[in-house]
Design a binder for this molecule. Structure first.
Ligand code: PHE
Length: 348
């Protein structure tokens, strides 16, 4: 066959094969078979020796034209295949924005936080503001200034977590065992203004953990200081609180008690919300539940706070937060509060 015709045929075959190459690997194979060192077109150059001398330049020129045309066609095809492959990849990984989303679980406030907020609301309506005091306290604020000097037997009422001593600091640090040191902070900051605050916060006691007591728990302290504050104001305030927190119609009673920082000291009881006063396991068959420890601010404490006890008087009270929440929401074990079990926490 005429070598020119063979060449043209090889060209046509190569073009058809290029059209048929559908992906990168087929394209690479085509290149090796066509324009590679042993490719069909490359090999055509060798047959130039079989031609008469005068035909050789024309043949050579045609081979070069074909080579260039095929190189260009190869480049174009390579680009097209790359685009097609990219498009395919993008389509495979595409996000279907019409699919419904996965639900994000919503959290909510902890039972303690909910209870604290109810308490804030009730006292806010009686004119009390929330006053913040630190968890890590000076020994003097937690004890001495509250009329509980070292070696006073009343210190045994509060088993204490002590902080490690820093430097040679003259006063020791501890985790507050009650919110009462906040009374001193409020008085020293507010003097000579009258005071009406509640002091919520976490307290810490070095005690055995049981179903009824944790070694960390919340208290809410109350403090009112003014010119003519009496025990009646205290009893009225706590009675009003109980009615708003537990609901109206409860019987209240006052017992005398002892705290070093109040004089006289009382404890407020309410008829048991579970048995209505008949006596049950929760009220230990007394019919009564203790609501708060309280009393008139001791003259020594007023003086330590900067207020002259001949001119000023005040009342203070303190109660836990988890126990009222347990009564109200029928929780049988205080350890559930901070056990991090969502099955418990989600119920409220
Ligand atoms: N701080 C006392 C306690 O933790 C409670 C209390 C507060 C009593 C204020 C009287 C007045 O037990």
């Amino acid at each position: 066959m005429n070598l020119f015709a063979t060449l043209e045929q090889a060209y046509q075959t190569a073009q058809a094969a290029l059209e048929a190459a559908g992906d990168t690997s087929a394209l690479e194979a085509w290149y090796a078979d066509t324009l590679g060192r042993k490719g069909a077109i490359t090999l055509q150059v060798r047959s130039v020796g079989q031609l008469p001398a005068e035909e050789r330049p024309a043949f050579g020129k045609r081979v070069n034209e074909i080579k260039q045309a095929l190189e260009a066609a190869y480049a174009a095809r390579a680009e097209a295949i790359k685009q097609a492959e990219l498009t395919r990849e993008l389509e495979a990984g595409a996000v279907d924005v019409t699919l419904p989303g996965r639900p994000v679980p919503l959290g909510h406030l902890h039972l303690t936080t909910q209870t604290l907020r109810q308490i804030y609301t009730i006292f806010a309506r009686m004119g009390f503001e929330v006053y913040d005091a630190p968890d890590v306290e000076l020994e003097s604020y937690n004890f001495d200034l509250l009329n509980i000097p070292e070696y006073h037997p009343a210190r045994d009422m509060w088993d204490t977590f002590w902080m490690q001593q820093i430097h040679n600091s003259p006063t020791r640090l501890l985790l507050r065992t009650h919110t009462s040191p906040g009374q001193m902070r409020a008085m020293r900051e507010r003097y000579p203004e009258p005071i009406r605050v509640i002091l919520p916060g976490k307290c810490y006691r070095y005690e055995q953990i049981t179903a009824r007591s944790e070694h960390q728990f919340y208290q809410v302290e109350g403090l009112a200081v003014g010119k003519r504050i009496t025990m009646t104001d205290l009893i009225g305030t706590l009675t009003q609180f109980a009615a708003m927190f537990y609901g109206p119609g409860h019987k209240m009673r006052v017992r005398s008690s002892y705290f070093p920082f109040t004089e006289p000291s009382i404890e407020m009881d309410m008829d048991c919300i579970l048995c209505g006063g008949k006596g049950c396991r929760v009220c230990k068959y007394t019919g009564w539940l203790e609501i708060a420890g309280a009393g008139m601010v001791h003259p020594v404490v007023l003086k330590n706070g900067g207020y002259d006890p001949d001119e000023w008087s005040g009342f203070a009270f303190g109660f836990g937060v988890e126990r009222p929440a347990m009564l109200k929401y029928n929780v049988s074990d205080i350890r559930y509060f901070y056990g991090n079990d969502l099955r418990f926490l989600r119920q409220f």
